[in-house]
Write a protein that binds this ligand. Sequence first.
Ligand code: F6P
Length: 342
Amino acid sequence: MRVGVLTGGGDCPGLNAVIRAVVRQGVKTHGFEFVGFRDGWKGPLEGLTMELGIKECRGILPRGGTILGSSRTNPFKIDDGVERIQANLASSGVDALVAIGGEDTLGVATKLADLGVHVVGVPKTIDNDLSGTDFTFGFDTAVNIATEAIDRLHTTAESHHRVLVVEVMGRHAGWIALHSGIAGGASAVLIPEQPFDIEAVCAHVETRFQTQYAPIIVVSEGAVPAEGGDMTVTSGELDAFGHVRLGGIGDRLAREIEQRTGKEARAVVLGHIQRGGTPTAFDRWLATRFGLQAIDAVADGDFGKMVALRGTDIIRVPLSEGTAQLKLVSPKEYAEAAVFFG
Ligand code: F6P
């Protein structure tokens, strides 16, 4: 069998570990041949391919990014997009596809599977917001990077008696903010799921200063104030899946805290630092296991499925189930963090 592999959406530490495991298991156990499609769905859409075998996968396990490249191309938004993909898969002799991506890439995979394309999905996102799997790889790396940043910011904030606002990624879900905020001992964690009260945030800032300790506020890029108004920040630009580009809430929040409390406040935006570089051991382990199981699903002809982590087991769930809804932070989980605010 000839199998195509692609990585779509925002890159994520661990993508190369999945590719390596898919290829290694596919060649050694199942005798498959592989072709790499470049830049997400753009690859099969435009026939952009690269060689992919054990040789191409040597040394990539600890490398961030993806050797295949990525994009946010949506073939369903392009005239004849689906027909072009089907034609290119046929002309490159590809019998099945392994699509590694988040809600958007796997959303396309779901629709293609419904149209009869042989596809198996592997969930990926640093945001950890895909339902159907306990964790996505890349998340642990992002949380560790954010936690290290918070640890470092504590000492400088304390020396200068400043407030430091740390903006982390998380468009719809506050998992990175929640985990790194708890691990880093934040004075407040602000997430998209729970609109925040700026007065309460300022009260946490004051309390922290009263105990001679500098406040660190961790805020997801998608967090919004309860009162609405002009603290909601977007650039207005939309990607091919209709998502606005976020960013700027950290700066806006720092200014507001400074005005309301009279304490100096600065913002740090971690941005793509959270997505780049080498994956943690956990993410390499999870990505490797996802890759092994995904190619086994291909070998079983079990298409239209996504691999998922449940407890310590890797299982297969229908692609449609894995992408049906976002996994959000519950009020109960948020309340656990709130004990430490102030
Ligand atoms: O979906 C993953 C993610 O990193 C989000 O947290 C973030 O909003 C988005 O991607 C940023 O995407 P881009 O790098 O395309 O601006």
